[in-house]
Design a protein around this ligand. Sequence first.
Ligand SMILES: [Fe+2]
Length: 277
Amino acid sequence: MDCEITYLKPYGVLITPKSDTNIEALNIKELKQFFHQEHLILLRGFDAFDSADKFAEYCENWGEVSLWPFGKVLELIQQDEPEDHIFDNSYMPLHWDGMYRPQVPEYQIFQCVKAPQAGQGGRTTFSNTLLALKNAPEEHVSLWKKTTGNYHRKMSFYNSKTVSPIITKHPQREHLVIRYNEPHIEEKGDFVNPPDLNFTGIEAEEVELLHASLRQALYDPQNFYAHEWQTGDVVICDNFSLLHGREAFITQSHRHLRRVQVLSNPPVDNPSLESYQ
Ligand SMILES: [Fe+2]
């Protein structure tokens, strides 16, 4: 690829065009090699997709797009009176996509249609759980290994129960990953329609240490990357290995992202889904 390649810290890769700004000219096979090594690719400086359909069409190059009741593309824009935190400007705790759905997508592809201005917040947060496991003290990892997360979330797209060990095997590789939906932190402000969370397999007095140790590991700068959006950015990230969330942003900052989920080949059926309506 005739592009500038810059490695991000502590993981991820930024690819910018040297001359050809057509994103379609990038070789998907080569991009997938970067994806598997780095878990996050930022494409910056390429021509923007001028519609959701064009964006979805591009995402089809990566694999089978996951279908939702609203279609292929989720338009992430703050709503005036959101019924769910996803459409609010609040912070969003770390989680993995598809945890409440029949299939877990491997790729999340975002297009930034409009970035908030500098200082308005709204970074998307990513924690690399491979690094978190590698860098955490053994006693924390053994606590996580004993624990199972029990989650119930009801929103307009589903009403689901999910039960997942905190530490589990990557669905297509031999190494371990962390699957965790972080409880929202009250001090970080209002949070519309929180899920019900319950953590079992450990003593009641260990629950505080569980969350504190996971928070420490997942937000440690060695393992954590927060992406500050620029209009036109395309970010492709590894939903099997990373957890992601969002920082709060100033209301009416006109932040607009599009998100498409792409399934692995073969697709991964959600091993944790207990019930789904
Ligand atoms: Fe998400």
